[in-house]
Design a protein around this ligand. Structure first.
Ligand SMILES: Cc1cc2nc3c(=O)[nH]c(=O)nc-3n(C[C@H](O)[C@H](O)[C@H](O)COP(=O)(O)OP(=O)(O)OC[C@H]3O[C@@H](n4cnc5c(N)ncnc54)[C@H](O)[C@@H]3O)c2cc1C
Length: 397
């Protein structure tokens, strides 16, 4: 009896009949991928999980403990949904460009975008990281009914948590960067379970990629989500996230004082507490960088509708990349309503940003070459590799 119930759960959740384990085309045109066993072997056991949270809740046997995502029971399904949506498994960059943006990229540093700007919110939320445009844009989209709710990362630096925000006040309370890898996307599965659609989302590049894989239908045919589940994605710039071991370090260094804000500018990572501030050398927090970030090719959320980062010059402003038509519509609305102030991106800064992004990609390629067959590194077509090398050489000359 228990075995039967167990089998039934697996079939409902993963849509998973036993298979040859090979990738197969389904009649929906989507691709069934291998399941939990391979996810554990290729990604989790090798420390390559980025804690995006996408697989959590798709399966009752994948759970989180803080920022750790682990399989707690071997489901035995070879075509589970978990492998298909993982941003670290079988991701082809040009295929994703075509799926999301409908064309291949010309800029191999930043991906496909139609505009780059400096921007800031005219009314910054308390605790906003820089110019506060992420919070302001999500708040505007919610007020205008462009999204039904938003999946954000709330809590604080030492206790971040996934949040499904349904009011502008809840959106504002999630302002500020938490630099650990929070499995925020577990909320997406919960929201899907409740039948919500048109959800907005703010995520790291790996989280944006995971949602795009979900939208591409990398699920067994029985396990589908509404095409309208996610209505808008704002992706953050992210060169790496930190593991939760950071908390012990911060607690020791600040002697347990409440941390109001953390930032990682060029001068080195630092925190602001109620009584003062502390700054460290980047090498002091380097041991906490998540291993999966070393294999991440995307530091600017290339498949988001809008990408947001720092300016590295003025903490009162953000860098804003407009990538999709939907993203552009929202930015134009924000400018019309006086929600955002927008100015040209300084021409002299573009090579600096492009060089940082290309250098990161080159480091990933060098690592993947040293450790061939390593999961977690995306597939890059030869054409892209050739063009990227030329652009990188050009920018480093
Ligand atoms: C782990 C991490 C690494 C980053 N690295 C870089 C970098 O190398 N270079 C750079 O220019 N910018 C980086 N950023 C982005 C930067 O810190 C700001 O988030 C971004 O510029 C938006 O600023 P804002 O003023 O608009 O943010 P706000 O208006 O304050 O909004 C911040 C938003 O970030 C979301 N958020 C907070 N923490 C997380 C998290 N852990 N995961 C997902 N979403 C989160 C919140 O939900 C909120 O919606 C990083 C952010 C994170 C979370």
């Amino acid at each position: 009896m228990i075995n039967n119930i167990d089998r039934l759960i697996k079939e409902i959740i993963c849509g998973g009949a036993k298979s040859s384990g090979k990738t197969e085309k389904t009649d929906r045109g989507s691709v069934c991928m291998p399941g939990q066993e391979l996810l554990v072997k290729e990604i989790m056991d090798r420390g390559l999980c980025s804690s995006c949270g996408m697989c959590v809740g798709l399966c009752p046997y994948i759970k989180t403990a803080g920022d750790r995502v682990r399989a707690i029971y071997p489901c035995g399904i070879e075509e589970g949904a978990c492998y298909g949506v993982c941003p670290k498994t079988s991701l082809d960059i040009s295929e994703m460009d075509m799926f999301v943006h409908g064309r291949e990229r010309e800029d191999h540093a930043l991906g496909i975008y139609s505009g780059i700007y400096y921007a800031r919110a005219t009314a910054r939320a308390d605790g906003a990281q820089y110019g506060g445009i992420t919070t302001a844009l999500i708040g505007l989209a919610l007020r205008e009914g462009l999204i039904s709710s938003a999946i954000l990362t709330g809590g604080d630096i030492m206790n971040p948590r996934p949040v499904l925000a349904a009011t502008p006040g809840e959106v504002n309370s999630c302002a500020g960067s938490k630099y650990t890898g929070v499995p925020t996307l577990l909320e997406l599965n919960r929201a899907a379970g409740r039948g919500l659609t048109g959800i907005g989302l703010v995520g790291r590049p790996c989280q944006v990629a995971a949602v795009r894989k979900l939208q591409r239908g990398k699920l067994p045919p029985e396990r589908t989500y509404s095409d309208r589940l996610v209505g808008l994605m704002l992706g953050l710039f992210c060169f790496w996230s930190l593991s939760s071991e950071l908390y012990g370090f911060l607690a020791r260094e600040t002697k347990g004082e409440e941390i109001i804000k953390m930032d990682i500018p060029l001068e080195g990572p630092g925190v602001l507490t109620k009584t003062g501030s502390r700054r460290w050398r980047v090498d002091e927090i380097r041991p906490f960088i998540n291993k999966s970030c070393n294999y991440c090719f995307d530091s600017t959320s290339e498949w988001a509708d809008l990408s947001v980062g720092s300016t590295e010059q003025d903490p009162g402003w953000n860098t804003l990349l407009v990538r999709s038509g939907q993203g552009r519509d929202l930015v134009e609305l924000a400018a019309d309503r006086g929600v955002l102030e927008i100015k040209d991106y300084p021409a002299g800064r573009l090579p600096v940003l492009r060089k940082a992004a290309l250098n990161k990609k080159m480091r990933v390629l060098a690592l993947a070459e040293k450790e061939p067959g390593n999961g977690g590194c995306p597939a890059i077509p030869d054409k892209y590799l050739r063009e990227m090398n030329v652009q990188w050489g050009g920018i480093n000359r």
